[in-house]
Ligand binder design. Structure first.
Ligand SMILES: [Zn+2]
Length: 453
């Protein structure tokens, strides 16, 4: 069982040329865009992830899961966005894919962004959340094999998109959807406690259109857990984001739909619990997106591309090894497993005090910026970034590049509870983060926005 605490972050050319041209219609065609998708549905039965109470593998497939790649390039710069209908990529997966793509295409780490929809009805990715499962060696082999196939498919889908670039006009706009609620506030309310319940219903939309007017891709984001279906569901599917992408591709058959998950750490869909509700939320989101795509409200994006990637050290609160020795006797099997993992890490001399946390920024023209944060980021980061950078048109994505644990704000860290503390057990992390993490992350967001200006 390998968990890394310190991360060492770290030919195909486009035949179409890169010149910016003006079409007879007067439409400016900015960038070269490549689009590809690949089916990543595991063979069922598969070990599913997201809920610790599941006690058997999947029993069927409701709809397929996809990895999709969007390549953007102009004369000076390239950027690749990869979306996946998965709970989250492990550090190992994103590093391996990025390294292979660097070797094949010369793409640097800052030029590739991964995002996962965080569906709780998808397969396990090794070694993420290994604490929630009682793996036999044979089980672990199955999960590892799926993970290795996934790495190969992610490389393949990027190479495919890279090989098929064509000139397109990109435009951006915003709409909203209202089914996300603050789940911490809702849970506290049930216990008679009042907690602040921030939400962010913003839905950014990017349209990618050929000079002929044909829409080839729609990228949209939303900050809400893909947890409409719960731990009693054993059918593989992408939850509301899966349904939304299917619906958009049905309504615009020439387009590939890309979903980017925002700062959804403390956001749940409501109501939840059935396939009907997941479909309803997905269709609701898709309808908003498609209406905007067909409207005249989208603003063209200029042919400019910038990106930046860095990592910052986030510190955990110190936990003495003796506490984990005690945890080995716990009646809670998850606490026991985490303790075992931590003691193994101590014995191997690994540094369990710091996590190297990834932060990335992308700018398209002056019209759209995306900050991509690792982990299950709570909504406070999105709201604060938008407030402190008015007029920059920023979307803050969570669940990007890797999903190592929850990323609470200072407020959430102080309030405590699942996202601040107990979830760290399931993620196999030493314990809660040290105070001051929000300021460190915000400082890195400032730095990133400065670098991509
Ligand atoms: Zn989550």
């Amino acid at each position: 069982m390998k968990i890394r605490f310190i991360l060492f972050v770290c030919l195909i050319t486009c035949a179409n040329g890169f010149s910016q041209s003006v079409q007879p219609s007067g439409m400016q065609v900015g960038m070269q865009v490549g689009i590809a998708k690949i089916n990543i549905t595991p063979n069922s039965p598969a070990f599913m992830t997201g809920y610790a109470n599941r006690d058997k593998p999947s029993e069927g497939i409701l709809h397929d899961l996809w990895a999709k790649a969007l390549v953007l390039s102009n004369k000076e710069e390239k950027m690749i966005i990869v979306t996946t209908d998965l709970l989250g990529l492990s550090h190992q997966v994103s590093v391996e894919v990025a390294e292979k793509i660097q070797a094949k295409l010369g793409i640097e780490r800052r030029q590739i962004m991964f995002n996962s929809s965080h569906t709780h009805s998808g397969p396990m990715i090794w070694p993420s959340l290994s604490v929630i499962s009682e793996y036999s060696q044979a089980d672990q082999k199955i999960v590892s094999e799926y993970t290795q196939v996934l790495v190969d498919k992610l490389v393949q889908v990027i190479v495919d998109a890279y090989a098929h670039q064509e000139p397109m006009q990109i435009s951006v706009g915003h709409t909203s959807a209202d089914f996300a609620i603050n789940r911490r506030a809702l849970a506290a309310q049930k216990n008679g406690i009042n907690l602040p319940g921030p939400i962010d219903h913003d839905v950014p939309v990017l349209k990618f259109m050929k000079p002929s007017g044909e829409i080839k891709a729609v990228l949209f984001g939303y900050a809400c857990h893909n947890t409409t279906l719960m731990g009693n569901n054993y059918l593989i599917n992408g939850d509301y984001a899966g349904f939304a992408q299917i619906q958009i591709e049905k309504k615009i058959p020439s387009a590939t739909a890309f979903f980017i998950l925002g700062c959804a750490g403390d956001q749940n869909p409501e109501p939840r619990g059935t396939v009907e509700l997941a479909t309803k939320h997905g269709n609701n989101l898709a309808d908003q997106v498609v209406t905007l795509v067909h409207s005249k409200e989208l603003k063209p994006i200029k042919n400019e591309l910038h990106s930046y990637f860095s990592t910052i050290p986030l510190k955990f609160k110190k936990v003495p090894a003796a506490d984990y020795q005690k945890d080995l006797q716990s009646s809670d099997k998850f606490i026991q497993r985490r303790a075992k993992l931590m003691l193994e890490a101590y014995n191997k001399g690994w540094n369990t005090e710091i996590y190297s946390y990834p932060i990335q920024g992308i700018r398209l023209g002056n019209e759209f910026r995306m900050i991509a944060l690792g982990g299950e980021v709570v909504v406070d980061y999105s709201l604060r970034t938008k407030k402190e950078f008015p007029g920059k048109n920023i979307f803050v994505a969570g669940y990007s590049n890797e999903v190592m644990c929850y990323i609470p704000s200072e407020r959430v860290l102080k309030e405590g509870g699942y996202e601040a503390d107990s979830s760290m057990i399931y993620y196999g992390m030493p314990g809660p983060f040290e105070n001051g993490m929000e300021e460190k992350i915000m400082a890195a967001i400032y730095e990133t926005l400065k670098k991509i200006k």
